[in-house]
Design a protein around this ligand. Structure first.
Ligand SMILES: Nc1ncnc2c1ncn2[C@@H]1O[C@H](COP(=O)(O)OP(=O)(O)OP(=O)(O)O)[C@@H](O)[C@H]1O
Ligand SMILES: [Mg+2]
Length: 268
């Protein structure tokens, strides 16, 4: 494959001459740059669609809940569920494709390219493991939602999520807007303490970040409405549409949250 020197020169803000010289004299650095540039190239989607991924290496923090709520809140959106063990198309309020049903005949890249041709927003819901599918999908995402719940373990898992996906040695490149979500907290004081500790941890991680992260912290209270709605296979928004007034408060809080995420991601 021919090397695109002029594209690389633009991408790295170096002259073509420098790059050609480095190719001979500093081939190790040049090859690393070429690899990074090629990864960036393949990530570009030929569409106006935005890919948003919900990730965390901790299970049960609310990835699927937030994916569905945010997808339902946005117009013209679809969820691609990469959790092979938990199909979601039958329960989600937002239209959802379970990758497990297409795994035999489509790669993650193909399916993302297809969906981004059809929908304004593609939300990728991921399992709690750094699977090959997740790593592939993250190449196409530019926005991330990382939920975390109460406790030290979740904080550690979130730190390890950052290091695993976005730290040194990652195959990912580029810039991501990140919305960290403290989910299902009942105690505001505890939540604020956790936020302070997490901010510290994030500052420590920053020098190791291999990609550009633009973070924002938000929170969502614990709510019985969310868990009971899920049990009936619906979203709180659907419950409200069906005039189940008990769900109105939870739906309102979820809307405020979705609005904050939308603003941070500059989707409106
Ligand atoms: N704010 C909340 N208040 C109450 N319950 C919640 C809240 N957020 C999520 N839940 C509940 O917590 C459980 C786990 O949430 P969810 O399935 O979204 O997590 P997940 O990160 O997708 O988990 P997994 O890693 O297994 O895919 C669900 O039963 C969900 O209804
Ligand atoms: Mg899930």
């Amino acid at each position: 494959m021919a090397i695109d020197y002029s594209g690389m020169a633009f991408f790295f803000n170096k002259s073509e001459r420098t790059l050609r010289r480095w190719e001979n004299e500093k081939s190790e650095i040049f090859n690393m740059m070429l690899e990074q540039y090629s990864a960036q190239e393949s990530k570009e989607l030929n569409s106006n669609s935005t890919v948003i991924a919900t990730v965390s290496l901790k299970g049960g923090v609310g990835k699927s809940t937030i994916s569905d709520a945010f997808g339902f809140y946005l117009d013209d959106s679809i969820i691609l569920n990469l959790d092979l063990a938990q199909p979601a198309s039958q329960v989600n309020a937002c239209p959802t494709i379970d990758y497990v049903e297409h795994i035999e005949n489509k790669t993650v890249e193909e399916i993302i390219r297809e969906l981004t041709q059809k929908y304004r927003y593609v939300i990728i819901d991921t399992p709690g493991d750094p699977t090959a599918e997740v790593l592939e999908a993250l190449k196409y995402a530019s926005k991330l939602i990382i939920p975390m719940t109460v406790g030290k373990r979740t904080r550690q898992a979130t730190e390890s999520t950052l290091h695993t996906f976005f730290g040194e040695g990652t195959a990912l490149t580029g810039a991501y807007d990140v919305f960290f979500l403290f989910n299902a907290y009942t105690d505001k004081k505890k939540r604020d303490e956790a936020a302070a500790l997490f901010k510290e941890a994030y500052e420590e991680f920053k020098p190791y970040a291999a990609v550009k992260l633009n973070p924002k912290l938000g929170a969502l209270d614990a709510s019985n409405a969310i868990s009971t709605a899920e049990e009936s296979g619906k979203s709180i928004f659907q419950m409200v549409q069906e005039n189940r007034t008990a769900y109105a408060t939870a739906a309102k809080k979820m809307t405020v949250l979705c609005n904050q995420i939308e603003e941070h991601f500059k989707l409106n």
